[in-house]
Write a protein that binds this ligand. Structure first.
Ligand SMILES: NC(=O)c1ccc[n+]([C@@H]2O[C@H](COP(=O)([O-])OP(=O)(O)OC[C@H]3O[C@@H](n4cnc5c(N)ncnc54)[C@H](O)[C@@H]3O)[C@@H](O)[C@H]2O)c1
Length: 386
């Protein structure tokens, strides 16, 4: 069994460590912040305890997992790792520094991976002398529960590194998809409209948060409405990803962040974790009731789903991933009830195209432009799946 190194012991780092140790690997984890490392250790013990109580794992397995994980005081102890997954804060300079330091410690065939949500893998790798062994291995939160992992080769990643890493993560019981090194990869790119278009609907005064959430749950069968979901993810994290994706797309208008979310972020209304976000989570707070108007609800759902499907089609058109991986990513990474391309077939590409062209005409905005591939497929009367 190869030894796995994890850098950063926050929510993601310790979660990935748990996954790797559960698969039987010796794991070493490091964090610059000693108290964060201590917190991760106690957090993991209580997670494992709960898993035993719920009879998800045996007591023996929990002990094995704990014994497989060691907590390092510096990076030197990573010299015998075969794969290192970096999950430190989302900052390019910090990540580049970690990678260039690691290169001087590890063996030539150790693979270096980043769990970044939105930074370019190629830019992280550029800090290394050997860029061939660097790739993105992107887990979702919480890593032990979410099945999806995006595998992202950078521009110079060796194909064998990509393939062996993918096989390894598959062997951990995860579902892997291959994504091109473009901003947001698959999920964080395609899912942007779920939030962005819903906020637009709110900003225009079409409906309030509770009504929009209801519409997406009721007519789209999404487990959580966009505002509930943003409050759950954290508006700090969600806003930062939105901003980074927009900037990295050279300020592409369809990804433009909103003032609504920016003000929430500035006010530290982060959502559930801070007690206030789009909704109030303080004790005794009453959750607002939606306005259950079927016509309005369907209109909202239609607008949001059309934007989502359009983005998935554009990602396919631009070779971000295969159609199968695009659909898997959205169902397994963010629990969408259906893959978006399959959904597009069901609603009918002609209907989606009509919604978007109507919106584009009404607003005169580029954000609603339909994907070239969608137009082509409508013209040729094609579907994604027969
Ligand atoms: N939280 C999510 O939903 C999520 C999902 C997927 C990917 N990610 C990505 O995973 C990474 C970590 O996210 P997180 O939510 O666990 O963050 P976090 O803030 O919970 O943890 C980050 C940890 O990195 C440590 N750190 C900072 N600089 C370091 C350094 N130089 N060396 C070692 N450790 C260092 C911090 O002390 C902190 O404990 C980020 O790149 C993030 O974009 C996050």
């Amino acid at each position: 069994m190869i030894k796995i190194g994890i850098i950063g012991s926050g929510a993601m780092g310790i979660g990935i460590a748990q996954v790797a140790a559960t698969a039987g690997h010796a794991v070493i984890i490091y964090d610059t912040n000693k108290s964060a490392l201590e917190k991760a250790k106690t957090g993991l013990y209580s997670t494992l305890k709960k898993l035993v109580e719920k009879e998800k794992i045996s007591e023996q397995k929990a002990t094995e997992i704990s014994l497989l994980i060691t907590y390092a005081a510096d990076l030197k102890s990573f010299s015998d790792c075969s794969l290192i997954i970096e999950a430190a804060i989302e900052n390019l300079e910090v990540k580049q520094k970690i990678f260039s330091e690691l290169e001087n410690i590890v063996s030539d065939n150790c693979v270096l991976a980043s769990n970044t949500s939105s930074l370019s893998i190629t830019s992280i790798a550029s800090a290394c002398k050997n860029t061939n062994r660097v790739l993105g291995i992107h887990f979702f939160n919480p890593a032990p529960l979410m099945p999806l992992v995006e595998i992202i080769p950078g521009i110079s990643t060796d194909i064998n590194v990509t393939e062996t890493s993918r096989k390894l993560i598959d062997s951990w019981g995860k579902i892997t998809v291959l994504a091109k090194d473009t901003p947001g990869f698959i999920v964080n790119r395609v899912a942007r409209s779920y939030y962005g278009e819903s906020i637009r609907v709110y900003e225009e005064g079409m409906a309030d948060f509770a009504t929009i959430d209801w519409a997406l749950r009721e007519f789209g069968c999404f487990k959580m409405g966009p505002f509930e979901l943003m409050d759950f993810i954290g508006n700090d994290i969600n806003y930062k990803v939105t901003e980074t994706v927009w900037e990295q797309f050279f300020y592409e208008s369809k990804f433009k962040p909103s003032f609504t979310q920016k003000r929430l972020f500035e006010a530290k209304y982060f959502g559930k974790k801070s007690g206030k976000g789009y909704y109030d989570y303080s004790e005794g707070a009453i959750k607002p009731e939606p306005q259950k108007n079927e016509e309005l609800g369907k209109q909202i759902f239609n607008r949001v789903i059309s934007m989502l499907i359009n983005e998935a089609i554009d990602a396919l058109y631009l070779n971000v991933a295969t159609k199968e991986d695009l659909d898997l990513a959205m169902t397994k990474g963010v629990n969408y009830p259906k893959g978006l391309l399959k959904w597009g077939d069901e609603i009918g590409l002609l209907n989606i195209l009509k919604t978007l062209t109507d919106l584009q005409e009404e607003y005169g905005e580029d954000r609603y432009r339909p994907s070239v591939l969608m137009k082509k497929m409508v013209k040729e009367n094609k579907k994604f799946y027969s």
